[in-house]
Design a protein. Structure first.
Lengths: 392, 376
């Protein structure tokens, strides 16, 4: 590990991305409080323009609450395809400066420009050029943070939003972080914040002065990470291609559901989507997780790791249904249901046969799903469906 | 009055060492990294628990003043281990501080009040059945190695199944474990009457609990066992361990054993075969350890290859005159089975590329190891 960190990393974060794209496409909206997030009242806010944020509207807020906070707001549906298109163009600009681009989402990315500096100028110059290019060619503003690590770069980009540029010179990381509240650190949520407040730690500077032994005693391994984070130490590399960790789908219902049969149907539909995507990627997975959000927005997950990895809709559905039974289904209305498969590995990697599975049945199942997928690929995704999902 | 005692350094060290594995689990309640020390008339009771496993030892000690305290398990163990003294003197002072004197060295160790320590699980003394330790130890050794790693939960494969049975009028105790790819089963005759041993529900003991029980079998010729609603209790003269049982099912292993046809069999010298497998294992891919078995008339050819490193091949003479077979196995599974067996010659029943292989040995009565092949 190179210590001290001599890398130069830029974190780029589009300002109120979805809302800004909407304003870009409809300039009449400029200066108005724009809220993106579903046209019904059931979803949550995906993005809010800075004008809307003044009313206390922020992402993940239920749309209904946002409407109450900001009645004069312009509420728009999510146009994911359009955001993806703009995002692709932005990432292409990033890639002109370094191949080491790690997108975190459509509107955020880390760039490692350490090696680009001899050709393209200092990291600061590169950040300035990128901001200029995005503004001129796309018409949107992007905030940037430049530092020696991902951790510090991300905190920096957030500091002077919107349309800001924050440079943390090498060696100044600890000084830069010291006055900031600990909540800015990655992984410090409410619980950790409260626990730290008890021992008098409020700023990142307070945290860096805490003897590591105390943090380790209190938080275990995470304590060591806290100590390092507070001093700006983060050796995680910028990874240009990310491995898929899990594949999932979720659905917010038009009205809250409490009928078990309906929920199981929805679950089956989700399983078909997840299964198809997992198989398309040539993967199998062992851990099935379902996510249930009740009417009051309380969210629970239930998860099970199977003895053998699976990729078929039926196994997903059987496991998912069992997990669903472990939630308060039928007792509490459910507004959102999701299922995902994690612990992924390439299909057929081991060839190790199982004692308790019928291996021949498994292979028959594999070829069945290959056929089903081929038919659905050719004739549309709903060409063959489970009977319970056929309308009428 | 607060606790003051003298204790032999060696007794103290043994008592503390046996508790180390069940204390101080990360992310746990702080007091659980302490051990509870309580005085009896002329002995000390040491207790540790991680809430899954509880262990209590009774040690001879000179009690100068009765009382109780909890002290950090690891630190106390280290103090006693580093000490060269014959005797160790411990005195509890104000605010739960312990003053420990060993030869010329004085230590002050911060404790916590004993009232905060969780109560030791209750159990019924009358349910205990005495069994020979070496039998139990053998059962554990021959099954624990194939327990599934944590995180697999379709069945409860992360523990060892314990059953009792009566065959030919003899009392039998059986343990079974599996990780889904292989299964180990061992049963043994016990001289004692097992009718007092209550085993109505499925008895599944988690791996870590089984490891601790195994240690008990080493220290005493006889151990007493009982199974209660939620826990297994194992007792020796001076120690007791209570392990919380796992909830749930174990797969139908009997069905698998019944399905194995014992038609094609090869006999192998156990040590020679094990050593050969170890050599093959040098060239397997890390995760799956695939070793190819070519069974031909008169010989078994073992081979392995690793894409980046190279390959290995070995031949063992066998008696076999049926149709040749070519199949793959995880080499590690065979090595681990050979390691727990003691027969000079082992029998491997191999039927087809896709059916389970069963391994037994004349000097390993009651033992069977079943290994599923790999597709190659």
């Amino acid at each position: 590990m190179p210590t001290p960190d001599s890398r130069r990393i830029i974190h780029l974060d589009m300002d109120a991305f979805y809302a800004s794209v909407e304003i870009l496409d409809n300039p009449a909206l400029r200066g108005l409080p724009v809220v993106v997030g579903g046209d019904s009242n059931r979803g949550v806010v995906c993005a809010a323009s800075y004008e809307a944020r003044k009313f206390g509207v922020h992402s993940a807020l239920p749309i209904l609450t946002a409407r109450k906070l900001c009645p004069q707001g312009v509420f728009l549906p999510v146009r994911m395809a359009r955001y993806q298109e703009i995002s692709r163009r932005i990432m292409e600009i990033f890639l002109r400066f370094t191949p080491l681009v790690e997108p975190l989402s459509l509107d955020e990315a880390f760039l490692d420009v350490t090696a680009s500096q001899s050709l393209m100028g200092t990291a600061e110059d590169i950040a300035k050029q990128i901001r200029k290019l995005v503004r001129e060619t796309i018409g949107l503003t992007v905030s940037a943070g430049v530092a020696a690590s991902k951790l510090v770069a991300k905190i920096a980009s957030d500091l002077n939003k919107p349309d800001g540029l924050t440079i943390v010179p090498p060696g100044q990381e600890e000084l830069f972080l010291a006055p900031l509240p600990i909540g800015r650190l990655w992984g410090v949520g409410r619980t950790t914040r409260e626990a730290l407040a008890l021992i008098g730690v409020k700023t990142i500077g307070d945290l860096s002065r805490m003897p590591p032994a105390i943090l380790i005693a209190k938080f275990g391994k995470a304590g060591l990470m806290l100590h390092e984070s507070a001093r700006g130490i983060d050796h995680r590399p910028v990874e240009s291609r990310q491995e898929t960790k899990s594949i999932g789908h979720e659905e917010t219902f038009a009205e809250d559901l409490r009928d078990k049969k309906r929920l199981e149907q929805e679950l089956l539909a989700l399983c078909c989507k997840v299964g198809k995507r997992v198989r398309d990627k040539g993967l199998v997975g062992k851990t099935v997780t379902i996510k249930v959000k009740y009417r009051d927005f309380v969210q629970v997950t239930r998860s099970l790791t199977l003895a053998e990895p699976v990729a078929d809709d039926t196994s997903l559905y059987q496991t998912g249904r069992m997990l669903l039974a472990k939630t308060e289904i039928t007792l509490r209305p459910i507004r959102l249901l999701g299922i995902s498969l994690a612990n992924l590995s390439p299909a057929e990697a081991s060839g190790q046969l199982s004692l308790f599975d019928d291996n021949r049945a498994r292979r028959r199942k594999d070829s069945l799903y290959r056929a089903l997928d081929a038919i659905n690929d050719r004739y549309g995704k709903d060409a063959i469906l489970p009977a319970t999902l056929v309308d009428g | 009055m607060s606790l003051i005692f003298n204790i032999s350094r060696d007794d103290f060290l043994t008592g503390l060492a046996s508790l180390q594995n069940v204390t101080g689990k990360k992310g746990n309640i702080a007091i659980l990294s302490n051990i509870l020390i309580e005085s009896k008339t002329d002995s000390l009771l040491l207790t540790a628990t991680d809430l899954e496993i509880g262990i209590r030892n009774s040690l001879p000690a000179e009690i100068l003043s009765p009382g109780s305290i909890t002290l950090p398990a690891k630190k106390l163990f280290e103090i006693v281990r580093e000490s060269g003294a014959d005797q160790i003197h411990v005195e509890i002072m104000e605010n739960n501080w312990a003053k420990i004197t060993a030869d010329s060295t004085d230590y002050k160790l911060a404790g916590m009040p004993s009232e905060e320590y969780p109560a030791f699980p209750e159990y019924d003394e009358n349910n205990l059945v005495a069994l020979a330790s070496d039998r139990i130890k053998d059962l554990i050794d021959k099954t624990i190695f194939s327990v599934a790693p944590e995180g697999e939960s379709q069945f409860n494969l992360t523990g060892v199944l314990v059953e009792k049975d009566v065959a030919d009028g003899k009392n039998m105790l059986r343990m079974v474990s599996s990780d889904g790819h292989r299964l180990s089963l061992c049963e043994t005759n016990v001289d004692n009457d097992l009718s007092g041993l209550k085993m109505e529900k499925i008895i599944l003991i988690p791996r870590k609990g089984m490891q601790e029980i195994r240690k008990f079998t080493e220290n005493s010729a006889e151990i007493k066992i009982s199974f209660e609603e939620k826990q297994a209790v194992i007792k020796t003269d001076h120690s007791i361990i209570v392990v919380r049982l796992m909830n749930g099912d174990f797969p139908d292993y009997k069905n698998i054993i019944n399905m194995i046809k014992k038609e094609k069999c090869i006999e192998l010298k156990r040590v020679q075969f094990m050593n050969s497998m170890k050599k093959m294992n040098l060239f397997t891919e890390d995760r799956y350890n695939a070793v190819q078995f070519q069974i031909k008339p008169g010989k078994l050819v073992l081979s392995s290859q690793s894409m980046d490193v190279g390959s290995a091949k070995d031949e063992i003479a066998i008696t076999y005159d049926e149709a040749p077979l070519k199949l793959g196995f995880n080499g590690k599974y065979f090595i681990e089975t050979m390691q727990v067996m003691s027969s000079e010659t082992i029998k491997a029943y191999i039927n087809s590329e896709e059916s389970p292989c069963m391994i037994q040995g004349d000097d390993d009565p009651g033992f069977a190891s079943i290994i599923m092949p790999m597709k190659i």
